[in-house]
Design a protein around this ligand. Sequence first.
Ligand code: HEC
Length: 90
Amino acid sequence: MRHLLALLAVTACGGAQRADMSEGERTYRAKCTACHRPYEPSKYTPQEWTASLDKMERLNKVHLSQAERAQILQYLTGDPSGAPATSSKP
Ligand code: HEC
């Protein structure tokens, strides 16, 4: 029971840095939360994420290297290339 409670306490704490955080999530939080809270990956489709990244870079002068952009897109959409998911996917 102790263990379960500890686990719940850790997972409930969404805003804090977690040890198991992926490289992409780390980069996302480092690069994308200076101006606003982190948006949930599930909040947008891969197409919308790609467009949002473009928009952030264009309008908000967010500077990302190719690697950082790929990491972030990998985390947000599961696709390292950042290519919009094909609409034929379910
Ligand atoms: C320099 C400040 C700044 C940084 C850094 C920044 N954003 Fe934003 N972001 C904004 C502002 C301001 C808005 C709301 C106004 C707007 O639409 O531009 C916004 C809105 C958004 C939205 C809401 C949808 C939309 O397009 O309006 C998403 C999604 C988003 N940002 C993603 C990101 C991601 C991903 C990154 C990291 C690559 C990032 N932001 C980094 C300033 C920033």
